[in-house]
Design a binder for this molecule. Structure first.
Ligand code: PLP
Length: 393
C-alpha cells in the first residue's frame, strides 16, 4: 500500500535495532544485560496503585474532559506552585497521554509548514520526528562535551532565521543528564523573548537531580519568559509510572485550548484510572520519589567511576536523569572497529551487554548507558565491558 509522505520521512528508532538484537539473544537463552531502558525499574508506589484501584471500583471508568480531570489539573497547579513557585490557572493546563503526546500536540498546535524549531543535539529521539510530523523543520544545533552539552546564546543566534518559531530545552537532559543553571536559562530565555520564540521546556526528569545540583525551570527566570514558555512534564519518570501514560503541558491559554481541541479528536482523554493515580502521585507522600532518587544517585556514582576507568571511554558526570552518555570513538578505534555502532553490536553479541548507540540522539560517536537497573546488573555489565576491551586491545 502506498503510504502518506508524512510517515515516510520519519526515521525509525535506532534503539530498535539493538533492542531487537538483544531480544533475539534473550530468546535463544543468552544472559543479556540490558542497559538501554528509558524507564525507572521500580514499581509504581503502592499508594498510587491503591488510588487507581479504588477509583476504578468506584466507577471512575468513563470518559473524562479531553484536557483532563479538573482535580488533576488542580493537583498539577499546586505542584507547580510548590516546586517551581509558578502560578497557573486551570485554563493553562492540559493533561495528556504521557509527556510525549503533550509535545506532539504542542508542535501540531503551533507550527505551520516550514516553521523552524531549534533542537540542541544530543537530543531526545522524538523531537525532530514530532517537529517533522507537524510540517516543521528541525534545526539541529550541535553542542559539545567540553561545554557539558549545553547550547549557548551565540549558537542560537547563528541558527536563528526569520522562520524560527521555537526552541526545545530539555533539562535534565536525555541523553546527557546535563542541567542548565538558572543564569544560563535566563540568557536563553531573554534571547527567545527578543526574537519572539516559543520555549518548549521538557522537564520530565525534573525530580532526578543529584549531588546538590540546583534545578530551575526556564519559566522561573522572569514573568515575560514564563509567558513564552510551555512546560512539559508528567509522572512517568518522577513516580515510576511510564505505563500509566500521564503527562501535562502548562502554558499560554490559547495554545492549551488548541491542544485540547486536537486531543478531543485524537485520544479523547487520558485513561481515567491513570488520571486518578496521578492525582495520588501529586497529592500523596513524595517519600518514594526521594527514595528512588537516592537509589539512582548511588547507581550513578558507582557506574560513573567504573565507566571512566574503561580505556577509550570519556564521560562528563551527569547531574540528572538516569543515563551516562560517553564518547566511545577512541574505544572503537583502539579495538579496531570502524565506528561506535559496530563496537556496540560486537559488545552485544560477544558479551551480551545492550547499550544504545548515540546516533539516534544526533551524536554518532557516543553511547548511552541507562542506570535504571540494579547495582548487581551494573557491576556485571561493567565487568563485561572491561572484559570485552581487554579481549580486543
Ligand atoms: N521527554 C524526554 C526527554 C523523555 O526521555 C521521555 C521519555 O523517554 C519523554 C519526554 C516522554 O515521557 P512520557 O512517558 O511521559 O511520554
Amino acid at each position: 500500500m502506498e503510504l502518506a509522505r508524512r510517515v515516510t520521512t520519519i526515521t525509525p528508532s535506532t534503539t530498535l535495532a539493538i533492542t531487537a538484537m538483544a531480544n533475539e539473544l534473550l530468546a535463544e537463552g543468552h544472559d543479556v544485560i540490558g542497559l538501554a531502558a528509558g524507564e525507572p525499574d521500580f514499581n509504581t508506589p503502592e499508594h498510587i496503585i491503591e488510588a487507581a484501584m479504588t477509583a476504578v471500583k468506584n466507577g471512575e471508568t468513563k470518559y473524562t474532559p479531553s484536557g483532563g480531570l479538573p482535580a488533576l489539573k488542580q493537583a498539577i497547579i499546586e505542584k507547580l506552585k510548590k516546586d517551581q513557585h509558578l502560578d497557573y490557572s486551570l485554563s493553562n493546563i492540559i493533561v495528556t497521554t504521557g509527556a510525549k503526546h503533550a509535545l506532539y500536540l504542542l508542535f501540531q498546535a503551533c507550527l505551520n509548514p516550514g516553521d523552524e524549531v531549534i533542537i540542541p543535539a544530543p537530543y531526545w529521539v522524538s523531537y525532530p520526528e514530532q517537529v517533522k510530523l507537524a510540517g516543521g523543520m528541525p534545526v539541529i544545533v550541535d553542542t559539545c562535551q567540553e561545554n557539558h552539552f549545553k547550547v549557548t546564546v551565540d549558537q542560537l543566534q547563528k541558527a536563528l532565521t526569520d522562520k524560527t518559531k521555537a526552541i526545545i530545552i530539555n533539562s535534565p537532559s536525555n541523553p546527557t543528564g546535563m542541567i542548565y543553571t538558572k543564569e544560563e536559562l535566563r540568557d536563553i530565555g531573554d534571547f527567545c523573548l527578543e526574537n519572539g520564540l516559543v520555549i518548549v521546556s521538557d522537564e520530565i526528569y525534573e525530580k532526578l537531580v543529584y549531588e546538590g545540583t540546583e534545578y530551575a525551570s526556564i519559566a522561573q527566570c522572569s514573568k515575560a519568559i514564563k509567558k513564552q514558555t510551555v512546560i512539559i512534564n508528567g509522572v512517568s519518570k518522577s513516580h515510576s509510572m511510564t505505563g500509566w501514560r500521564i503527562g501535562y503541558a502548562a502554558g499560554d491559554e490559547g495554545l492549551i485550548k488548541a491542544m485540547t481541541n486536537l486531543a478531543s479528536h485524537s485520544t479523547s482523554n487520558p485513561a481515567s484510572a491513570s488520571q486518578h493515580a496521578a492525582i495520588a502521585a501529586y497529592e500523596g507522600t513524595q517519600k518514594p520519589v526521594e527514595e528512588m532518587r537516592l537509589a539512582f544517585q548511588d547507581r550513578l556514582n558507582y557506574a560513573y567511576e567504573r565507566l571512566i576507568n574503561i580505556p577509550g571511554l570519556t564521560c562528563v558526570k551527569p547531574q540528572g536523569a538516569f543515563y551516562l552518555f560517553a564518547n566511545a570513538k577512541k574505544a572503537a578505534d583502539m579495538t579496531g572497529f570502524n565506528d561506535v555502532s559496530s563496537w556496540l553490536s560486537a559488545l552485544l553479541s560477544e558479551e551480551k551487554v545492550a547499550l544504545v548507540p548515540g546516533k539516534g540522539f544526533g551524536a554518532k560517536d557516543y553511547i548511552r548507558l541507562s542506570y535504571a537497573t540494579s547495582l548487581e546488573n551494573l557491576k556485571e555489565a561493567l565487568d563485561r565491558i572491561n572484559q570485552f576491551m581487554e579481549k580486543h586491545l
